[in-house]
Design a protein around this ligand. Structure first.
Ligand SMILES: O=C(CO)[C@@H](O)[C@H](O)COP(=O)(O)O
Ligand SMILES: [Fe+2]
Length: 218
């Protein structure tokens, strides 16, 4: 099995002490900081914007993994790049000109990622996988933390892994939503190498332990 990276989602952190919450998971062995951007249109919730990303940038050395759940992401890519994002991931469902959007992110020196919802088939990203650094498979319907993992996405992870191997690509396979030690194991077996986890890590009083359990090979 592959050694996985863990990307705690700060959506489940205590926003009143965000800096501490980020430092806590960094000390606990996190590999990325996952930042969920929601606009109240693409998803039924509103969260953060570029200002928060800019505020977070100097408080951690970890790469910032920015997950855009917004309509018309093209309009905001420059702002998130300027704010300090390392990865910017956009949803297939929100991008009519996906290739242009991915190139735009790459031209800014940022690693582009493409995201698909649970009901969106892997076929929809076959033509873009060679151009991205990360494929993010949603294992819940986006919008909220603390939802239940959708098991049918496991076969999609396997399909993406097969494409990545066949084409010999250097692309990360990330999963997001409902990740806990049990579902983490299934995702790893299916071929995921980056696990986003919000509530599982932030609801734990010992974040280091929670991260270790997600990384565990048992
Ligand atoms: O993008 C999203 C939700 O739309 C996620 O990143 C959540 O923040 C994950 O939360 P948990 O399911 O791990 O609690
Ligand atoms: Fe996310």
């Amino acid at each position: 099995m592959i050694m996985v990276k863990i990307a705690p989602s700060i959506l489940s952190a205590n926003f009143a002490k965000l800096a501490e919450e980020i430092k806590d998971v960094e000390k606990g062995g996190a590999d990325y900081i996952h930042i969920d951007i929601m606009d109240g249109h693409f998803v039924p919730n509103i969260t953060m914007g570029p200002l928060i990303v800019e505020a977070i940038r100097p408080i951690t050395k970890l790469p910032l993994d920015v997950h855009l759940m917004i309509e018309n992401p093209d309009q905001f890519i420059d702002a998130f790049a300027k704010a300090g994002a390392d990865y910017i991931s956009v949803h297939v469902e929100a991008c009519p000109h996906l290739h242009r959007t991915i190139q735009h992110i790459r031209q800014l020196g940022i690693k582009p990622g493409v995201v698909i919802n649970p009901a969106t088939p892997v076929e929809s990203i076959k033509e873009i996988i060679n151009d991205v650094d990360l494929v993010l498979l949603m294992t819940v319907n986006p919008g909220f933390g603390g939802q239940t993992f959708i098991e049918s996405v496991l076969t999609k992870i396997e399909k993406v892994k097969q494409i990545v191997d066949e084409r010999n690509l250097d692309v990360e396979i990330e999963v997001d939503g409902g990740v806990n030690p049990t579902t983490a194991k299934l995702c790893k077996q299916a071929g995921a190498n980056v696990l986003v986890a919000g509530s599982n890590i932030y609801q734990s009083s010992d974040r280091k332990k929670a991260i270790e359990l997600l990384k565990s090979e048992e």
